[in-house]
Design a protein around this ligand. Sequence first.
Ligand SMILES: [Zn+2]
Length: 73
Amino acid sequence: MKVCKVPGCCEWATRTWATVPLCQAHRDAIEREHVKYYWGHITADNRVTYKLIWRYTPWYRLEERRRSRDLGR
Ligand SMILES: [Zn+2]
């Protein structure tokens, strides 16, 4: 079993979100942020929980790759 990936959180991960292990509370939080963001109620900056685990998502690696390619130009 894995521990929740949110820094400082010591709860066991019960679910994953975008392949990132999260405890129930943080998964709920991130899902709420995602919905609010989707409907335009909050900006990307307000997705605080998401930002804490963003580096563990597959999108981070894609972004990194895109950035290094841009730098290489
Ligand atoms: Zn947690």
